[in-house]
Design a binder for this molecule. Structure first.
Ligand code: THG
Length: 833
């Protein structure tokens, strides 16, 4: 049988068809608790490969009969992370192996020379979001390794990491699968399929460009979308993938957006409609892998098989893994990314601005904040650089005597949910960089590596870049120390160019740092530090194609007065950019445009940079360093620049509201204290703070604010209420709750047989912080326990949630049971289906 990749990349470029919905198909089989092996396991579809393998075979069979090319193993939730909800965590390997063997047997039965059938090992997203701290990278990775080993033992043809909600989860899965490959010495093609919500982003807020930029460095074969919506809502994303993704594109939509018809989730798109929608994707956008997600039946798959036979996909340029070094992205440039969006490495009419402030070795303030573990204060430093228009944040926690790995972990995990900028992880120790990489879902830059300790450390950082998909800064330092002359700087850069490309890091991911060393010391050997660096920039730009150049610009002026530093740094930056530098680590607010610097000051700085001292009879008669120092005697830094308005300048009412919108806890207590001068605590909550939450809700609803920021706003709301509580004694009820601030009481539960509660828990947080009292019963709640809780709490409303399509059936039954029990409060149903 021809291998999967061989077929995918064969000259005919066939459109390959995946199977349809497994969950809905199993539901059609009308299984009971007995089929799952007892009521405790009801809803655990993954156990069926053991308890009812005949049923699993029947599902595969109906899709194979429909003519699909690929069937997926029944292992969507077969990681120990999810199986633990059913006390089955020790069965993960076996369940995956069994599922793969069943699918293998079925696919082999159907395979003919003309029509090979393949098995894709399905790896779902689990029930946890690592970017929100629900689970650690290492635990998640280990779970995926175990799953992959089981699937490999059952001999799947490829892996599909699917229904992805969080890019950090994808990275954990990809590194986990790589680990399984290296343990077994085997390899399989990789497909990644992400879920874009109706908001237009992944659940954690990543847009499609961020998804592509973050995954571009990984050796995957197919990247596409599945679930959440129908083909119509996927159109824009498909267009982007078609023109910008270097991978084969896949599209596995639901049979339309679910609609509620008579209390049951209904997927309305007919097989013909689905076929029509995908027609366009194949013919015009070159989508080469299609299939069906929720609500798709064998009839849908038959229709897709027809369209796949009839059409030839439009030609797209596709990169195969071994071409990573040669082929850049198609239309999108190389970019760094936050969890939310991309920042191109190449900035038009500017340079890539990397904010230098969040650096414990470069700032006493940051050092002190770190020592106090004042994380909010550190986030404040990061935010101020966002306001100053930094494109990327340099993050350095190097501080003797502290646990740098723990600090990097803590700070980066907070940064990713508080700041919408990509990160540059700055450390002399690779272990600290890795600690940051494990919590940063976006695409980072690693700052930095060099040959100071020989090849070993140099390659260790490159390995991190390759494993986690990051760009890398390479300093021109080798075994003999820092390169001082342009020639030596270039020689080291050239050595690194060869090494990095050979190792698998493409030129476009390399940022050379030819070292900005102080020209402010007056020491003879430092005099040429500026001009040698500029000369090195020119040579790198001319002779090492495709790479970038970066400098820690502020180094050159160490020790000078604040005002003269601003001017010297600005001129040096400008001249380095003219020489070909395209990125710089700076304090953006302290950079002046040349037009704001007098001719005289420019001249002195350039003389200093280029060492234009004048000597007469061996005596120095003009030293630009001395001249610069005297020119700026007594000039304050403030006089050298202007500063913008801040939160503190707003009237208190606006300020309170803005604190909530920004999720900014620094200065919050002061704002609340100021507010208390004129308003009652409850007025502050109900008017200004809730106004802020309302704006947050609107921004979220319209896709302008991502989920983690909403949660930060909710946390800020919580702090505000906690601060105000002692001032509200009179209105606190007997139960200690804020009587008049609790708008209503809600009872919420994930229904029987369902372990998915990410959405429900978010609803809990957001409602709680909007003044509702929420009683959260948790997952797998039987109708009896919901009724009992309702009798006890007398909630004003009951909300039931669940991800599985079959959960809607439980919800319907529960409604009957509520009627029987004379419960007449309103009921809200929610969840993916
Ligand atoms: N190359 C690369 N990375 C780097 C550097 C580099 N990272 C760190 C540094 N150099 C760039 N960042 C800074 C940060 C702060 C200062 C200079 C460079 C700075 N600090 C004040 C000082 O030392 O006087 C401290 C002021 C304070 O305490 O607040 O100027 O070259 N790849």
């Amino acid at each position: 049988m021809v291998g999967f990749l061989e077929r995918l990349h064969s000259p005919e470029r066939p459109v390959l068809v995946f199977d349809g919905a497994t969950g809905t198909s199993l539901q059609q089989m009308e299984l009971t608790a007995v089929d799952f092996g007892g009521s405790a396991l009801e809803g655990c579809n993954e156990i069926l490969v053991r308890t009812r393998p005949d049923v699993v075979r029947a599902v595969h069979k109906q899709f194979l009969d429909a003519g699909c090319d690929v069937i997926e193993t029944n292992t969507f939730g077969s990681t120990s992370l999810v199986l633990a909800e059913y006390d089955l965590e020790n069965e993960a390997f076996e369940l995956n192996r069994q599922a793969a063997l069943i699918a293998r047997e079925m696919a082999d039965q159907y395979t003919t020379d003309q029509h090979p059938r393949y098995v894709a090992g399905s790896m779902g997203p689990t029930t946890k979001l690592p970017s929100l701290g629900h689970v650690s990278f290492d635990v998640m990775k280990a779970c995926f390794t175990e799953q992959a080993l089981g699937l490999l033992a059952g001999n799947v043809d490829l892996f599909i990491i699917e229904t992805c909600q969080d890019v950090l989860q994808i990275k954990a899965a990809l590194t986990g699968v790589e680990e399984a490959f290296s343990q077994t010495g085997e390899r399989r093609p990789l497909m990644v399929s992400v879920t874009m919500e109706t908001t237009g982003t992944m659940l954690v807020g990543s847009d499609i460009a961020a998804v592509v930029a973050i995954l571009e460095p990984f050796p995957i074969d197919i990247l596409g979308l599945n679930c959440a919506t129908g083909p119509e809502q996927m159109k824009e994303h498909m267009r982007y993938l078609s023109s910008c993704s270097p991978f084969v594109v896949s599209c596995i939509p639901n049979a339309g957006l679910p609609e509620n018809i008579g209390g049951v989730a209904h997927y309305r798109l007919t097989p013909i409609e689905m076929k029509m929608a995908l027609h366009h994707f194949i013919e015009d956008l070159g989508i080469q892998v299609i299939g069906g997600c929720c609500g798709t039946t064998p009839a849908h798959i038959s229709a897709l098989v027809e369209v796949a036979r009839e059409l030839k996909p439009a030609l797209r340029e596709v990169r195969q893994p071994h071409q990573y070094l040669e082929r850049p992205l198609l239309k999108a440039e190389s970019a760094a990314a936050s969890l939310y969006g991309t920042t191109s490495y190449e900035q038009e009419n500017s340079f890539l601005i990397i904010g230098e402030r969040l650096n414990a070795s470069g700032s006493k303030k940051v050092r002190d904040l770190l020592n106090e573990e004042n994380w909010d204060g550190l986030i404040g430093v990061a935010r101020s650089q966002v306001k100053e228009n930094a494109h990327i944040l340099d993050v350095n926690v190097d501080y003797v005597g502290r646990n740098g790995e723990a600090d990097m972990h803590e700070l980066v995990s907070r940064l990713v949910t508080n700041v919408n900028l990509p990160l540059m992880l700055d450390s002399t120790e690779w272990q600290k960089m890795e600690a940051g990489l494990k919590v940063a879902g976006g695409k980072c830059l690693l700052n930095s590596t060099n040959y100071e300790d020989g090849n070993e450390r140099f390659f260790k950082v490159l390995e991190l870049a390759r494993t986690y998909g990051a760009g890398v800064v390479i300093g021109t330092i080798d075994e003999e120390g820092m390169a001082r002359s342009a020639e030596r700087k270039f020689a080291i850069a050239q050595r690194a160019y060869r090494d990095a490309l050979e190792f698998g890091i493409p030129a476009r991911e390399i940022f050379y740092d030819p070292l900005a060393l102080p020209i402010s010391t007056g020491i003879e050997e430092d005099r040429r530090n500026g001009c040698e660096t500029i000369a090195a920039i020119k040579r790198i730009r001319d002779d090492l194609p495709g790479t970038h150049v970066v400098l820690g610009v502020s180094n050159i002026s160490f020790g000078l007065s604040a005002a003269s530093r601003i001017v010297l740094n600005s001129i040096f930056l400008h001249d380095c950019c003219s020489a070909g530098m395209d990125a710089a680590i700076v304090s953006p607010a302290k950079i002046l445009p040349l037009s704001k610097i007098s001719e005289e000051h420019q001249q002195v700085c350039r003389d200093l940079i280029n060492d234009k001292r004048r000597f007469e009879n061996g005596l120095c008669v003009y030293d630009p360093l001395t001249t610069l120092t005297s020119l700026f005697e007594g000039v304050s830094a403030k006089e050298a620049r202007a500063s913008g308005p801040s939160l503190a300048d707003l009237p208190v009412e606006e300020r309170l509201k803005q604190h909530i919108i920004d999720g900014e806890r620094i200065g919050l207590e002061q704002a609340l204290a100021d507010g208390l001068q004129n308003y009652k605590p409850l007025e502050i909550v109900n008017t200004f703070l809730l106004d802020g939450m309302k704006v947050v809700g609107e921004l979220f609803g319209s896709g302008q604010m991502q989920l983690p920021f909403v949660l930060q706003s909710a946390e800020t709301m919580k702090s505000a209420v906690a601060f105000l509580e002692p001032h509200m004694e009179k209105v606190i009820g007997a139960d200690g709750k804020l009587e008049s601030s609790a708008k209503a009481k809600l009872l919420i539960a994930t229904v029987k047989g369902d372990v998915h509660d990410i959405g429900k828990n978010l609803v809990d947080i957001i409602l709680t912080n909007n003044g509702y009292e929420v009683i959260n019963l948790g997952i797998k709640q039987s109708v009896e326990s919901i009724i009992e809780a309702q009798k006890m709490h007398g909630a004003d409303c009951i909300a039931m949630s669940g991800l599985l399509v079959k959960s809607t059936a439980f919800m319907k039954d529960n409604l009957d049971a509520f009627n029987q029990a004379d419960i007449d409060v309103p009921v809200i149903l929610g969840g993916a289906a």
